[in-house]
Design a protein around this ligand. Structure first.
Ligand SMILES: Cc1ncc(COP(=O)(O)O)c(C=O)c1O
Length: 427
């Protein structure tokens, strides 16, 4: 089992006070904090090795290139890829998913083809495919969810056809927390001849990931959601698919040679990393992955499952005043608890929790279609990571009890902020 108290010592920000209260950071689905080791690796790179990569024979450029390439190897190991060449560094998950939709989609989709998404998808997995499908005359279909917040596998079987070229889905929902059955989806998709694109934004930071076992064709994820700096992420892809894809962002470092009328693309993964990349970020990304590997991803998962089990149990004390969305079986959900307090606007709950020092996310979490499907205008979302503790959840539940007790007073606040509350930034 991991020790969150020991881990917390590596995260100086967790000593902060917010409104005079110790910070309880429950917004890890949006992004996580960074341990000293990651910040230190970036500092060391800038202080002692910084230069542009793949562009100079001088010592610093060679050192920077080597460190950046080694960073790819570390991320490849983290997800058990066959080779680091299958790992393209990106800005984030969104960037990675756009690369697949445009580089694979525009080349392979044809008029009348179908792309199967899910209603629980984040906009970052939905919108690139919708654009690519529109450009190629393909059709988008959506797999529904069940009443309990699971993916509806029967609906998937019913909607997939011989025209389906792509099945794209989140390995774990950023709202419902549902952990989808990857192997089952892969089997159904591959039998129909479709490729499988997995959005791993919420799974790779929280669950052990083994692309060889998953059987998917592409996996996208973000570094900043797993202790790495912002502006980092990765696309893993099957090598044969990456090799035949046409890079859609092109320019410096994507080529081996260019004449006025021809181009020879660079080897993998460089042909997909156009321009000067986030070199320092990539090095920080690798350091974050090493940090997680030292803890062990099985332990990360076990810790979060315990936190979720405990939260679900303690929510029962709120006696019908609060509703959690998504599966109630901790073994099938990640450390994400989206909920509402009866008759209280989600933003009011979020704002009030901030006064207690508790950082949660409120709104539709870049999953508007899912919220509309659930008949909701928004939710409050608490999400956990390796540094969160049972004591923090106790304090969270206590705070919610006080909020419920003071509901009438808070309703007035709701009226005051009426206009503002309607504004959902959607992310
Ligand atoms: C399931 C899912 N997919 C994609 C994304 C997009 O990630 P990023 O903003 O890092 O591109 C997120 C972010 O919250 C997410 O939760």
């Amino acid at each position: 089992m991991l020790d969150p108290y020991k881990i917390r010592k590596d995260f100086p920000i967790l000593n902060r006070k917010i409104h005079g209260k110790p910070l309880v950071y429950f917004d890890n689905t949006a992004t996580t904090h960074k341990p000293r080791q990651v910040v230190e690796a970036i500092r060391e790179f800038y202080y002692n090795h910084y230069a542009n990569i793949h562009r100079g024979l001088h010592t610093l450029s060679q050192e920077a290139s080597q460190l950046y390439e080694e960073a790819h190897e570390v991320i490849a190991k983290f997800i058990n890829a066959y080779s680091w060449e299958e790992v393209v560094f990106t800005n984030n998950t969104t960037d990675a998913l756009n690369i697949v939709a445009y580089s694979w989609g525009l080349k392979n989709l044809e008029e009348g083809d179908e792309v199967l998404l899910t209603v629980m998808d984040h906009h970052s997995n939905m919108l690139p495919w919708r654009n690519a499908a529109k450009l190629r005359g393909a059709k988008i279909k959506y797999v529904d969810i069940t009443r309990n917040g699971y993916l509806d596998y029967e609906d998937l079987e019913n909607k997939i056809t011989e025209k389906t070229r792509v099945v794209a889905f989140p390995v774990m929902s950023n709202v419902l927390g549902t952990i989808n059955d990857v192997k089952r989806i892969v089997k159904i998709a591959h039998e129909a001849g479709a490729i499988v694109v997995a959005d791993g934004a919420q799974s790779v930071p929280h669950l052990p990931t083994n692309v060889r076992e998953m059987g998917v064709d592409f996996l996208a994820f973000s570094g900043h959601k797993m202790l790495a700096p912002t502006g980092t992420g990765a696309l893993w892809g099957r090598k044969d698919l990456l090799e035949e894809m046409m890079p859609f962002k092109v320019g410096g470092d994507t080529i081996k040679d260019v004449t006025l009328d021809s181009v020879v693309w660079h080897d993998l993964p460089w042909r997909f990393e156009a321009g000067t990349p986030n070199i320092a970020g990539g090095i920080g990304f690798a350091e974050a992955a090493k940090y997680l590997m030292r803890i062990g991803m099985e332990n990360v998962r076990r810790h979060e499952e315990e936190l979720v089990r405990y939260t679900i149990k303690r929510f029962k004390e709120l006696e019908g005043e609060a509703e959690i969305y998504g599966p109630l079986e901790p073994e099938h959900r990640g450390g994400v608890i989206a909920f509402n307090i009866k008759d209280l606007h989600h933003h009011v709950v979020g704002k009030t929790l901030d006064l207690y020092g508790i950082a949660v996310r409120t709104g539709m979490h870049c999953a508007h279609p899912l919220h509309y499907r659930l008949g909701l205008r928004g939710t409050v979302r608490a999400s956990y990571y390796i540094y969160n503790t049972i004591e923090e959840i106790d304090y969270f539940i206590q705070s919610l009890k006080e909020i419920i007790k003071n509901k009438a007073l808070l309703k007035q606040m709701e009226a005051e902020f009426a206009g503002e509350l309607e504004v959902c930034r959607g992310t």
